[in-house]
Design a protein around this ligand. Structure first.
Ligand code: HEM
Length: 135
């Protein structure tokens, strides 16, 4: 099954659903926290958002493999997207995760910074996916 086959299209849909699941919830973290739902947010992050972020990578690499080398890891947009993805995982793990169950002012700032950086990198990823520089 090659580029633009049905399996490829299904992987595209799964890749986008995973991205929605990985990035959507972050928009409501601060609101849920202010509503005293810190434990719910922490659970959502660990058992839903982080696994979804891993699936973004799994389906992205699947797309690359299914494209029969039409899309190559050596292409600028693909290699940069992998670097951006690694940064997103690091932010999710080292900045967002530890600040979710912590009510201190420092944790609040770390959370805001982590969410802000994630949103910037989301826009960078979407630019890479849609414009595919170096393809
Ligand atoms: C980091 C966050 C990422 C986001 C938000 C994201 C989002 C998207 C979106 C919205 C599309 C457009 C749907 C389409 O045209 O198929 C797409 C396509 C694609 N993504 Fe990602 N993606 C991300 C990371 C990755 C990673 C790490 C890879 C790894 C190789 C990857 C590989 C691909 C490929 C191969 C396509 C299909 C392009 C095509 O068919 O022309 N993505 N992605």
């Amino acid at each position: 099954m090659g580029y633009e086959g049905t399996t490829y299209n299904i992987f595209q849909i799964l890749h986008v659903i995973a991205a929605i699941a990985a990035f959507g919830p972050l928009f409501v973290y601060p609101r849920l926290q202010r509503a005293g739902q810190s434990a719910t947010v922490a659970k959502l992050h660990n058992s839903f958002v982080i696994p979804a972020l891993v699936l973004v990578w799994v389906f992205g690499m699947g797309l690359q493999g299914l494209s029969d080398q039409v899309i190559r890891v050596a292409d600028l947009w693909v290699s940069l997207s992998i670097v951006v993805w690694i940064a997103l995982v690091a932010i999710s793990w080292f900045m967002i995760k530890p600040s979710l169950r912590d009510d201190s002012e420092r944790a609040g700032k770390l959370l805001s910074a982590g969410i802000g950086m994630t949103h910037v990198l989301l826009v960078v990823s979407l630019y890479l996916m849609v414009f595919q520089p170096g393809a």
